[in-house]
Write a protein that binds this ligand. Structure first.
Ligand code: NAI
Length: 242
């Protein structure tokens, strides 16, 4: 159970992030949802968390790629909730393209959100975790970061970087009671992946189906409570990257 804990979930207004927010709320955690665009979607997720599970759940608009904005948002969350125990770096974007034609701005945008965004959030939450002598960080990476993916050099680099960040932070903060792990999802049915029914890669998934956001949320719940697990990269991919 996560009763009495406060969890930040970036990009928690839809898809995998929303599923993690609701799963953690079902385990008793209070929830801070960071969102980029749709306040209505973030409010709906928070409303479901509060009404179904009786926890405190509040939305915060924040671009994770913005160092100052993340600093101010974490400070506001601290003021609203008292402290933070769990950070899920889930916010992510794709700007796919072939490397020979990729625009610099598309490379930068993906690195700034997916990798630097996670650094910003860890940077601003670390002081709270150190003070509490307790903390749990879960970074949502991707199988692209493990095995690469043609047409996704920016995205794969950001996710591979996130895995390096995860292991370094895990080593640095373990002695202070702070764990840091990553999840590497495969094909998960969300707005990001869209309609994949005709994608030939689906036939290569050993478990024979796309994943659901709830599959990733289950893994996040495990890592949130697995007190002896740190520096791990947990694939939730139906076996595609084994
Ligand atoms: P999604 O596109 O449905 O949701 C992404 C969320 O991140 C949205 O709520 C969006 O508003 C938020 N976001 C984007 N940029 C942001 C920013 N700068 N600041 C704050 N929030 C921002 O995507 P989905 O599928 O739920 O993905 C969630 C995470 O899982 C991402 O990191 C993605 O890379 C990763 N992932 C997804 C896979 C999939 O098949 N759907 C596979 C592997 C990894």
């Amino acid at each position: 159970m996560l009763t009495g804990k406060t969890a930040i979930i970036t990009g928690g207004s839809r898809g995998i992030g929303a599923a993690i927010a609701e799963k953690f709320a079902s385990l008793g955690a209070n929830i801070a949802v960071l969102y980029a665009g749709s306040r209505q979607a973030a409010e709906e997720v928070c409303g479901r968390c509060a009404q179904s599970y009786g926890v405190k759940a509040l939305p915060y608009q924040c671009d994770v790629a913005d160092f100052q904005a993340t600093k101010e948002t974490v400070a506001q969350i601290r003021a609203d909730f008292g402290t933070v125990h769990i950070l899920v770096n889930n916010a992510g974007i794709t700007r796919d393209g072939l490397v020979a034609m990729m625009k610099e701005e598309d490379f930068d945008a993906v690195l700034n959100t997916n990798l630097k965004g996670a650094f910003h959030m860890i940077r601003h939450c670390a002081g709270l975790f150190l003070r509490n002598r307790e903390g749990c960080i879960i970074n949502i990476a991707s199988v692209s970061g493990l095995i690469g993916n043609a047409g996704q050099c920016n995205y794969a680099a950001s996710k591979a970087g996130l895995i390096g960040l995860t292991k370094s932070v895990a080593r640095e903060l373990a002695a202070k009671g702070i764990r840091c792990n990553a999840i590497a999802p495969g094909f998960i049915a969300t707005d990001m992946t869209g309609d994949q029914q005709e994608n030939p890669l689906l036939k290569q998934i050993p478990l024979g189906r796309m994943g659901e956001a709830a599959d990733v949320a289950e893994a996040a719940a495990y890592l949130a409570t697995a007190g002896y697990v740190t520096g791990e990269v947990l694939r939730v991919d139906g076996g595609i990257a084994m």
